[in-house]
Design a protein around this ligand. Structure first.
Ligand SMILES: C[S@@+](CC[C@H](N)C(=O)[O-])C[C@H]1O[C@@H](n2cnc3c(N)ncnc32)[C@H](O)[C@@H]1O
Length: 291
């Protein structure tokens, strides 16, 4: 028998006990999470939870609920437990092979779309380090007619991205390639290079929350000693893969604006801009390439 130890547990009791545990564990939004897990375990809606607090919960749903709460109390992020995360108003499947898409990354997509929408039909866009495919698939769906390629070194991540293409009815809209950064691409083949690649420095990694360090893939986060190893490679190789004119749009860590702008400038990019996120922090660098 599970921890509730009785038949006929009521919905409001389940909610109350989950709330207490989540509060004790110090999660940020215990009420919201308790409801989220009840909905997941019972297949219920918010309306049902509010309207039927006295309803009894069957043993299967109770066991499912206990297991969700246990995982959360062990620090697992909600997105991995629910196996989904919303990005740009669409729901993406996620698992522990991929980074959970962050809201800041929507800014990268917005910047890229601003460039892409001014281009010709069939413009080539590559998403480097695609993870769950959130950037590539969003670009393909928001800018139909664009030829999108998505690259990741992790085959497991590419499987998640391909499953998201099916989930979002975007099969065939993105070509997924396994490889190292831009290396799978021919010379002068792309109009836009876009990327949210690993950019956490080794020191910063040690300071991240346990929720991130214990559950998200380190290879999706760590960008070498100063966090810029991967970005340097992408920016320096981008002119080879780009047509002229072409563009490069890169997500950065909040302290990297000046350094990444410098990498763009040294490489020969022009019209370089550092774009701030909603919190007023440097988040994206973009630049144009002309031969
Ligand atoms: C920060 S995650 C971003 C994932 C996704 N773009 C997003 O915004 O949620 C970086 C991704 O880059 C991939 N990656 C790391 N090093 C790579 C490399 N050398 N070549 C290709 N992909 C790489 C990781 O596997 C991971 O999926």
């Amino acid at each position: 028998m599970n921890e509730h130890g009785r038949r006929g547990t009521r919905l409001k009791e389940l909610y109350g006990s989950a709330l207490k545990k989540l509060k004790r564990a110090g999660v940020e939004s215990p009420e919201l999470e308790a409801r989220i897990f009840i909905k997941k375990a019972l297949g219920a809606t918010d309306a049902y939870i509010y309207a039927h607090p006295e309803s009894s919960v069957n043993s299967g749903a109770l066991a499912a609920f206990d297991s969700l709460i246990e995982r959360r109390l062990a620090g697992e992020p909600v997105a991995y437990i629910l196996e989904e995360k919303e990005f740009y108003s669409r729901s993406f499947s996620v698992n522990r092979h991929v980074l959970i898409p962050r809201p800041e990354t929507e800014l990268v997509v917005r910047e890229a779309l601003g460039i892409i929408r001014a281009l010709h039909e069939g413009a080539g866009v590559v998403d480097v380090g695609t993870g769950c495919g959130c950037i590539a698939l969003t670009v393909a769906l928001e800018a139909p007619g664009t030829k999108v390629v998505a690259i990741d070194s992790s085959q497991d991540a590419l499987e998640v991205a391909a499953s998201n293409a099916r989930r979002l009815c975007a099969e065939g809209r993105v070509e997924f390639l396994q490889g190292d950064l831009l290396s799978p691409l021919g010379d002068g083949t792309m109009d836009v290079v876009v990327s949210n690649s690993p950019y956490v420095s080794e020191v910063e990694y040690g300071d991240l929350s346990r929720e991130v360090r214990d559950f998200e893939p380190p290879g999706a986060l760590i960008g070498g000693k100063d966090g810029l190893d991967v970005i340097r490679h992408i920016v320096r190789d981008a002119p080879r893969a780009l047509k002229s004119p072409g563009s490069c749009v890169i997500e950065i860590g909040e302290s990297h604006g000046t350094a990444v702008k410098e990498i763009f400038a040294e490489t020969g990019f022009i019209d370089i801009a550092v774009v701030k996120d909603y919190a007023g922090l440097d988040r994206v660098v973009r630049g144009q390439w002309r031969r």
